[in-house]
Design a protein around this ligand. Structure first.
Ligand code: 6R9
Length: 655
């Protein structure tokens, strides 16, 4: 059996950029040429152009001890200074940095000067609590301006933050606090979610108290932002109100320069097995690549654009494209606290209309859930300010891509489908708006400066028209520098598989079409093997979503006596179809549809019509749990699900 992934679905639609867009675009085709001529010099230029260096670097890349890279190693900078003070010093202190909207509709506009002031005071508070260079601070906050300020205050001190999703349990929080050995936790009493206050402080209290005998938490202080106005327990001497200490702290704080390789943050990402991995990112290379990608991929014109990335700061997308990229580039951005459907289903479109959002970056899962409700809701709002749309987190099915462009983007906006990972730190594969002719469903091409390939199990290029494993063949500035406290696991997970070639193994299946454009096929762990054919989850899901009745779909391989594995599909039907068709009829139709669209081999053995799919907080479908259901097992660990109740609902619907 070959290790290649069989290719099934064809896509021929193409959307070249309009001449008007191309004429004003930040990215020009020459970018590819410059990067190809001398990759390292290209990155050195980006680092110098986009950032302020307290001490200029003289060496670009040190790759003498792979897989441990050093970028710009003898240079020094301060990450927070780059995101704040320098914009104020350049005369842009009055520019709005954050257009914040709370879920209940309260709002705050915060300029660069104000945010700089807040971060300086908070840095003084943290320093007063003993936080210094290299110390770890855990951040467990809702999407409020203090979340962004906290990350920057920690960075300003040369300390390391570890942001934990506000929706994670006390247990998950505890394991992350303990693994990093955090000294301080910054949290809130609570935050708004789906119309009510969801408490945060109790989880922190529990995470810090609930431990075995003699074991001491490393945390000395907890800083609490008042947001939910809910009652909280208080530990005298340990807990401090943010609003007591921050305004009272000195307003002056000089940003000290730190080496480019100074650690900036740890962000935990769940592995398929075992405990979460603390992905470590450092300063100079990371900030270079997030600033470069934010500017070129989103066509950022900082003076006039209003950027909105809907990601939570607990996800890497919130780190790179809420906090660091936009602020390094001096952009104005929207920050929204709540869910897309509270208090009503048009909430996001209302925000776009209200603030005149020009660049919008979200996940396919959100787009598909809007497709499920129908276009009548977005049609009620004026979305004409939008000029670039982005997608991240999962493959975007061609039909969802078309819907996004037609309904949200007035049939004209470029869409950038951006492939990257917590580990890569910043966008790696994406079209460039104004340059690339877009193809619905394809992430298309590595960015200038990035080297990507698709190879077979032996590390050989598969070439155009074939599928295999996605690898990164050259080091890149924002690459992870390791797994916190576990260099062996770092090597094993990402580098051992293609040690002979020195490639980074991303864990994703991918295919190059005959034009050389890249199609992401889903996680390699999710690839199905049906009668010796390796089938990707992404292609069969895209076929299901292309049927007019389907809003969302997830497929898994379940063991099967005859075929080894069989395709099992879980499908969410659009509201308008549900009332008029029986589930049995729809299931039969969809089986036939996939058989026709891509071939009998891909036809699902079972199609289950369900109301929800299990997703992580960043919207990724957890197929492992669906496989448990499809194979009749007890459902495994559900702690990282956004909604832990969803699996019992699905199990009941399947039975
Ligand atoms: C940024 C982020 C990484 C995994 C990645 C891949 C999937 C992300 C994608 C995509 C297809 C895209 N992924 N973007 N798949 N097309 N545009 O999502 O980081 O949470 O670490 O997830 O997400 O499978 O390997 P992270």
């Amino acid at each position: 059996m070959s290790s290649q992934i069989d290719h099934l679905l064809e896509e021929s639609r193409q959307f070249p950029p309009s001449p008007e867009f191309a004429a004003q675009a930040v990215a020009k085709p020459e970018l590819y040429e410059r990067a190809a001529a001398d990759r390292e010099a290209f990155w050195a230029d980006q680092a110098r152009e986009l950032l302020h260096w307290h001490t200029p670097f003289t060496e670009t890349l040190d790759w003498s001890t792979p897989p441990f890279a050093k970028w710009f190693a003898d240079g020094e900078l301060n990450v927070a200074y780059n995101c704040l003070d320098r914009h104020v010093e350049a005369g842009n202190g009055d520019r709005v940095a954050l257009l914040w909207e709370g879920e209940p509709g309260d709002e705050r506009r915060i300029t660069y000067a104000e945010l700089t002031d807040e971060v300086k005071r908070l840095a003084n508070v943290l320093a007063g609590l003993g936080v210094g260079h290299g110390d770890r601070v855990a951040i467990y906050l809702p999407m409020i301006p203090e979340a962004v300020a906290s990350m920057l205050a920690v960075a300003r001190l040369g300390a390391i933050h570890s942001v934990v999703f506000g929706g994670f349990s006390a247990d998950s929080l505890r394991s992350r606090i303990d693994d990093a050995g955090a000294k301080v936790v910054i949290t809130a009493d609570g935050g708004y979610r789906k119309g009510k206050v969801s408490a945060l402080k109790p989880a922190v209290d529990q995470a810090l108290s609930d431990r075995g005998d003699g074991e001491q938490a490393t945390v000395e202080h907890v800083i609490v932002v008042r947001r939910g106005e809910n009652e909280v327990d208080w530990v005298e001497g340990r807990d401090l109100w943010y609003h007591d200490v921050v305004p009272a702290a000195p307003a002056e704080h000089e940003a000290q320069a730190f080496p480019a390789e100074n650690p900036l943050y740890i962000l935990y990402t769940s592995g398929t097995t075992g405990k979460p991995k603390g992905i470590l990112h450092t300063s100079g290379g990371y900030l270079t690549q997030v600033a470069y990608t934010h500017k070129n991929v989103f066509d950022l014109h900082a003076e006039s654009d209003v950027f909105w990335c809907t990601a939570d700061i607990g996800w890497v997308t919130g780190h790179s494209y809420v906090t660091y990229g936009p602020l390094a580039n001096g952009a104005t951005q929207v920050l929204y606290e709540g869910t897309p459907d509270a208090p009503h289903q048009g909430r996001w479109w209302e925000i776009i209309q209200k603030y005149g959002v020009t660049i919008f970056y979200t996940a396919p899962t959100a787009i598909r859930s809007f497709m499920k409700i129908g276009r009548s809701i977005p049609k009620k709002y004026d979305l004409s300010s939008l000029r670039v749309l982005g997608s991240v987190g999962e493959p975007i099915n061609p039909e969802a891509w078309m819907w996004y462009r037609d309904v949200i983007g007035a049939g004209t906006t470029p869409i950038v489908d951006t492939w990257w990972q917590t580990e890569t730190g910043a966008i790696m594969v994406s079209p460039l708006p104004g340059v690339t002719a877009a193809k619905p469903g394809s992430a298309q091409v590595p960015l200038p400066g990035i080297s990507i390939d698709v190879v077979d199990e032996g590390g050989q290029e598969v070439g155009n028209g074939a599928g295999g494993l996605l690898v990164i063949t050259e080091p890149w500035p924002s690459m992870l520098r390791g797994i916190w406290g576990d260099p062996e696991r770092f090597k094993e997970t990402y580098w051992d598989k293609f040690a002979a070639q020195g490639y980074y193994f991303a864990g994703d299946g991918a295919r190059l079409d005959t034009d050389g454009d890249l199609w992401l096929l889903g996680r390699v762990d999710d690839v199905m093997n049906v009668s010796g054919h390796r089938l990707s989850t992404a292609e069969i899901e895209s076929s299901l979503v292309a049927h007019e009745a389907t809003a969302e779909a997830a497929v898994v391989g379940a063991s099967d006596d005859t075929t080894g594995q069989a395709v099992v599909a879980f499908v969410i039907i659009k509201e308008s179809y549900l009332s008029e068709h029986s589930p049995e009829g729809l299931a039969a139709q969809l089986r036939g549809w996939v058989g026709e669209q891509i071939g009998p081999i891909a036809r699902p053995r079972d199609v289950y019509i369900v109301g929800e799919l299990p997703k992580t907080r960043s919207g990724k479908i957890m197929r492992r749990l669906l496989r448990d259901v499809a194979e009749g097992r007890e459902v495994g660990d559900t702690t990282t699900l956004a909604d832990t109740a969803v699996m019992s609902v699905i199990s009941a619907q399947v039975r």
